[in-house]
Write a protein that binds this ligand. Structure first.
Ligand code: 6R9
Length: 576
């Protein structure tokens, strides 16, 4: 069914928005304060939408469970009460390591009602990335599932001094692990009333870890006021209307799954479908059809996997309710846009953003003609520029009808990150005056459309997930046979890039197939399947600059047979 788009006039793209005047759209807490949980849940639970389904869960076995806004609000208040009783105060951090289950939502909003920061973790992480993030974020509480606890939390919980409580969502097949608290039994003791923390728009609300080329993961902090951007981008870039049935396929362990899997749909007041299962073409088409999904937000890797499954799989299902499809996270190839048109009867609308931007900033909104392969244009409220960084740190604006350079955004949109937790200098380096520098290379064409060209750093995007090479290299270096490790993204037709490792061995160790398999398994156990390398090659030594930095770009160029570029800083190259 066609509905008029929320943003009817594409000339509004990139024009200024008076954010403060929009706040009343999301109802602050009566009296005083602005809290994401109030705007996403409480105001609906107390208004005309209270009995509408907020969330429709599809469990792995296909069983459905729904929660209305008022039911969700009641569970959230109990959870907030339980957290408060355990000592959670404004500014503390609550980590979530959960599958896509109802408790994930209850715990996230429960923490927000306490004024705590919510830090979601990806349940396919291995123990090592979990430990690193809990430590950096000084997690006070971790909420997890019984099945995840044994494999991922038990081995590390003892070493985390600041972690006061581990709360486990009960599973009748698994006894509650000693030293943990049961989620349902904690909630059962609480009342359905809770005095929500009167946070302000500038108070921290979310902590999202993201990866850079070097060092540990970065904890991007977002504030309650980010709700305005989630709401506006949900309306304009995803074209959400209150009676839509929306499905965001991303896991909340990654930023898309939080901003658009948890927050935006509830802020707008739609019904949101949450699938606990993993990708499976048949399952996904069935969910689209049976749940009557009208707006669908997914990732290019998933679309390529559906393309691979063939058109007959799609045609076996009634997808006529679907009216808008969007994707994010990695380049969407033009063939995928056409495939959507042919097989779903709808083109796929690419959009762009980052953990740091907190919400969609560039998009193919419905009113804009799609240029397949382009990310679209800046949303209202977003001013985007193409710049060149000089050696002295100065930034030059590139003007003209067709320019290529780094994408920069004028600071100040509501969901812009406010810090890298505990790393002020790293944060400051992302800005030049008024501009936030994204680290992505783009082209802006004569019509003002932005095209993704590549990343300026060595970070890898695999199946839409951002992976820091340093984290993978560090895990490999823990193996006693490994002397050096370097990790690159190798182009892959399905996942965009796959993680490939190069390893040099200690003097006494010889390379072998067995050792290769052992190292891959070693990394997988520590890092989890989403992050671990899929390929590994041995090298007698790894290329480094004279200052000792790994030259991942050179390894990548050699692997792909590309020009090797400027080698003047290579350690063993002749002096100039
Ligand atoms: C939302 C999310 C951010 C990086 C970003 C860029 C890449 C995102 C894209 C895209 C090409 C698109 N990226 N959207 N590349 N086309 N439409 O993915 O956040 O995990 O922080 O990744 O993803 O390189 O800088 P995050």
């Amino acid at each position: 069914m066609r509905v008029p788009p929320n943003l009817a006039d594409p000339r509004a793209m990139g024009t200024p928005v008076d954010w403060v005047s929009l706040r009343p759209e999301l109802d602050g807490i009566p009296g005083e304060g602005f809290n994401l949980a109030w705007s996403a849940i409480e105001r609906h639970a107390r208004g005309p939408r209270s009995a509408q389904t907020a969330l429709r869960f599809v469990a792995r076995d296909g069983k459905r469970r729904t929660l209305t806004y008022v039911e969700l609000a009641r569970a959230v208040r109990r959870c907030a009460g339980a957290f408060r009783r355990l000592g959670v105060r404004k500014g503390d951090t609550v980590f979530l390591l959960l599958p896509r289950c109802p408790e994930l939502f209850t715990a996230a909003f429960g923490a927000l009602e306490c004024g705590a920061l919510v830090a979601p973790l990806f349940s396919a992480f291995g123990p090592e990335p979990i430990r690193t993030r809990l430590e950096l974020g000084r997690g006070k509480i971790l909420v997890t599932a019984a099945a995840l606890h044994a494999r991922k939390v038990k081995p590390i919980a003892g070493s985390l001094r600041e972690l006061a409580h581990v709360i486990v969502v009960e599973d009748e097949r698994i006894p509650l692990p000693p030293g943990t608290l049961g989620f349902a039994s904690l909630l059962a003791r609480e009342s359905e009333e809770f005095a929500i923390e009167r946070t302000q728009p500038q108070d921290p609300a979310l902590l999202h870890f993201t990866s850079g080329t070097t060092g540990k993961p970065k904890g991007a902090v977002h504030v309650h006021g980010a709700a305005l951007m989630h709401w506006l981008s949900g309306k304009y870039a995803l074209d959400l209307h209150p009676d839509d049935v929306f499905w965001c396929t991303a896991d909340p362990g990654w930023v898309t799954g939080t901003s658009y899997g948890i927050l935006a749909p509830l802020l707008i007041g739609v019904t949101s479908v949450v699938d606990e299962g993993e990708f499976d073409a048949e399952r996904w088409y069935r969910i689209l059809a049976e749940e009557g999904v009208t707006v669908w937000y997914t990732a290019p890797t998933a679309i390529r996997m559906l393309m691979k499954a063939g058109p007959a799989a799609a045609r076996a299902h009634d997808l006529t309710r679907l009216r808008f499809v969007a994707s994010v996270g990695e380049p969407l190839n033009p063939e995928a846009v056409w495939w959507g048109q042919e097989v779903l009867g709808l083109p796929i609308h690419d959009n762009y953003w980052q953990t740091e931007t907190g919400g969609i900033v560039i998009a193919n909104v419905p009113a804009l003609d799609i240029k397949p392969g382009s990310m679209g244009q800046p949303l209202p409220g977003i001013e985007a520029f193409v710049v060149k960084r000089g050696r002295d740190g100065a930034v030059e604006h590139l003007e003209g009808p067709d320019v290529q350079g780094e994408l920069a955004l004028r600071a100040g949109w509501p969901s812009m990150f406010r810090a890298y937790l505990g790393e002020e200098e790293r944060y400051e380096k992302c800005f030049a005056g008024e501009l936030y520098l994204t680290g992505d290379l783009v082209r802006r064409d004569a019509d003002g459309y932005f095209w993704f060209v590549g990343r300026a750093d060595d970070v890898i995007k695999s199946a839409g997930h951002l992976i820091g090479p340093f984290e993978v290299e560090s895990a490999l270096l823990e193996h006693p046979a490994v002397a050096e490790a370097a990790v690159i993204g190798k182009p892959d037709p399905l996942a965009g890039e796959l993680v490939k490792a190069f390893v040099s061995l200690k003097d006494s160790v010889l390379p072998s197939q067995e050792l290769r398999a052992e190292l891959l398994a070693f990394a997988r156990k520590r890092l989890g399947p989403a992050v671990a390398p899929k390929e590994l090659d041995f090298r007698p030594s790894l290329p480094r600059t004279r200052s000792g930095k790994l030259m991942r770009r050179l390894l990548r160029a050699r692997e792909l047979g590309l020009p090797e570029g400027d080698l003047s800083t290579l350690e063993n190259s002749p002096p100039l």
